[in-house]
Design a protein around this ligand. Structure first.
Ligand code: F6R
Length: 606
């Protein structure tokens, strides 16, 4: 939520900041703004809406600043208008902020005798608080230390001061922030994507860290002890954050799925056997219970994994939405493993769930995409998803990577518990070659999914029904559809429909039935038929083996049939088909696919 960037160096700060903001736009796109030095003063330019509006506005002047800070906003406190847009300025202090100041009303009250607040934001209050201490302490680092002690909530700040136009100060807690240097140019950003065209080496700020950037980067902990930092290296390239000829990042990222599988195989299972998995994932034999925690799509991967862990490894598994888990009574048990799933590794609710699990002395395993992100750093153990930068707000390749890692983990756990033999485990793993080939074929056949999308893209609502593992897939398929195409869709457990919700089925309403578990296929098919009897247009999503049994049944509007794979990997090809359909529905509707309304990619507020 919200992207921040800062630059000090030899080049035009406006250009560096605008290109960085474009790369960070996935974090929010309600408004954007910049503050920079011009004629020895700080100049602030803000615009409602996307970064393109700000870029246009900036072209109206010829300023060539060498220092600046910028922001792209996902509104939390106050409407997405120009007044609430960042940067905010109070006294001699100008700042941009990512996070939420929870006690801002209390602070606002305290500071209102010194400052006249103009916006509805919590950020303006934080700005005033820092300015207040700058004046009181007459020392900027001390001021930041004092302000940090008083602020409750999360923040990543980049700050410039009227009387020190050659330095940027930064400080973070619970919101990501990196800083980098290349050829005496200094960059600050919420995420490496913003600066990847200059460097792939960066420093990470830890909880409470403060830094001053001028002729070099000076790092301090929250008590202002001078500290040194290790340099991190992002292993991808600038291509990771470019569309590379695709119309949308989402489509590019669906194509990337084949590379993601390759990365996972190369790093964790190069010989496609269980010994590789044992070596690279570790030993999980002591765990008797699993709790999986995540949000949105990450939570949905848990629903699928629950089935695999229970069915094949015989381990009782709970799946919890992180936003619920953090406020509910939990019953930690001995030898319970808490698995935290997150693409960004910064999702506030999932991060808090990690902390709760640790406080309750449970082991935590993070399945995370972004390297060295907060959840990765706070988990006892991490398995990285290796999906590369994901820019489209709707997750595709990272979801697939999470699901594959969980499927591999369930094979490992089933083997460790003697539920499958070494031979069986190795045979399952060999199917990874088929999985890659099938995914490639599905993607190459994308015109078919476009044809299907054409049939119903003007509809207003639809259903996805399935049982057990397929219900988990329905949840994700339905989320993908609604978040980018704005068609209201519901995922429903197929057998539950007749207990009330079936009353919503009307003539010509699309009902997808996802059916991959042959043992219960006839049950789900009957439920689909019950909707057909009430006028629905049925779309069957299944594998070849099940489809063969319904070969002569022409009552379906469409059949989406993937090759049969072993039960650990079957979900993966199914979901790629659903991602493609959602993509084409949104495309035909002309929606903003990569940046759907009201959303942002990295949800660092609760
Ligand atoms: C949906 C989507 C979200 C995320 C959720 C968790 O397409 O992307 O539902 O899955 O916000 O984000 P991470 O995985 O970063 O914790």
């Amino acid at each position: 939520m919200c992207g921040i960037i800062g630059y000090v160096g030899k080049n035009n700060a406006k250009d560096v900041i605008i290109s960085g903001l474009y790369a960070l736009e996935y974090r929010g796109y309600d408004s954007s703004g910049i503050a920079y030095n011009a004629q020895n003063k700080i100049k602030i330019v803000k615009m409602e809406g996307k970064v393109a509006n700000l870029e246009k506005k900036l072209k109206e002047n010829n300023d060539i600043p060498n220092i600046g800070i910028g922001h792209t906003r996902w509104a939390t406190h106050g409407k997405p208008n120009e007044t609430n847009a960042h940067p905010h300025k109070e006294g001699i202090t100008t700042l941009v902020h990512n996070g939420i100041i929870e006690n801002y009303l209390e602070l606002k009250h305290k500071l209102s005798k010194y400052y006249k607040f103009k916006s509805e934001t919590d950020t303006e209050v934080a700005c005033a608080l820092i300015d207040y201490y700058v004046k009181k302490e007459n020392n900027k680092l001390e001021a930041l230390k004092m302000a940090q002690k008083e602020i409750n909530g999360s923040f990543a700040f980049a700050i410039i001061f009227d009387d020190e136009l050659n330095s940027i100060y930064i400080m973070r807690k619970d919101s990501p922030l990196i800083v980098a240097e290349k050829d005496n140019n200094y960059y600050v950003a919420s995420d490496i994507a913003a600066i990847l065209s200059y460097t792939n080496k960066y420093y990470l700020l830890d909880q409470g860290d403060i830094a001053k950037i001028s002729d070099k980067i000076y790092f301090y902990d929250k008590e202002l002890n001078s500290i040194t930092k290790e340099i991190n290296e992002y292993r991808g390239t600038i291509n990771d954050v470019m569309k590379n000829g695709f119309d949308h990042f989402m489509l590019k990222e669906i194509h990337d799925e084949i590379t993601v599988y390759k990365n996972i195989i190369r790093s964790y299972i190069p010989n496609l056997n269980i010994n590789d998995l044992k070596k690279n994932f570790g030993n999980f034999s002591k765990y008797h219970k699993i709790t999986i925690v995540g949000c949105g799509s990450a939570y949905h991967t848990g629903l699928v994994a629950k089935y695999l862990f229970e069915e094949f490894a015989n381990i009782p598994t709970n799946v919890e939405m992180a936003s619920e888990y953090r406020y509910k009574k939990i019953f930690p048990s001995k030898n319970e493993l808490v698995i935290l799933i997150s693409q960004s590794g910064e999702t506030a609710d999932t991060l808090e769930a990690a902390r709760i699990a640790k406080e309750n002395k449970m082991d935590t395993l993070g399945i995370i995409n972004v390297l060295s992100s907060s959840i990765a750093r706070e988990s006892n153990k991490v398995i990285y998803c290796l999906a590369g930068c994901e820019i489209a707000v709707a997750t595709t390749k990272a979801y697939l990577a999470q699901l594959l890692i969980l499927s591999l983990l369930s094979i490992l756990m089933a083997y460790e518990r003697g539920k499958i033999s070494k031979n069986e485990a190795n045979n399952y793993l060999k199917d990874l070659t088929k999985l890659q080939k099938d995914t490639k074929d599905i993607i190459n056949n994308k015109e078919y999914y476009k044809e299907i999308a054409k049939d119903f893209y003007k509809d207003r609502e639809m259903f996805f029904i399935g049982r057990n593992i397929d219900y988990g897939l329905c949840m994700e398929a339905s989320l993908k559809m609604k978040e980018i195409s704005y068609i209201h869709s519901e995922a429903y457990a197929a057998g539950e429909l007749k207990h009330g919700t079936i009353s919503l089925i009307e003539d010509n309403m699309v009902v997808f039935g996802i059916v991959t578990d042959s043992s219960i296929a006839p049950k789900t098919i009957s439920n689909l038929k019950e909707t057909k009897a009430r006028g629905s247009k049925m779309i069957l999503v299944t594998n070849k083996e099940i489809a063969n049994n319904y070969e002569n049944d022409n009552s379906y509007r469409f059949k989406i049939i993937v090759n049969k794979l072993n039960p650990f990997f079957q979900s993966l090809t199914i979901i790629t088909t659903m991602q493609l359909i959602s993509y084409y529905v949104a495309l035909l509707k002309g929606e903003n696919i990569d940046q759907p309304r009201n959303l942002a990619k990295s949800v660092t507020v609760e």
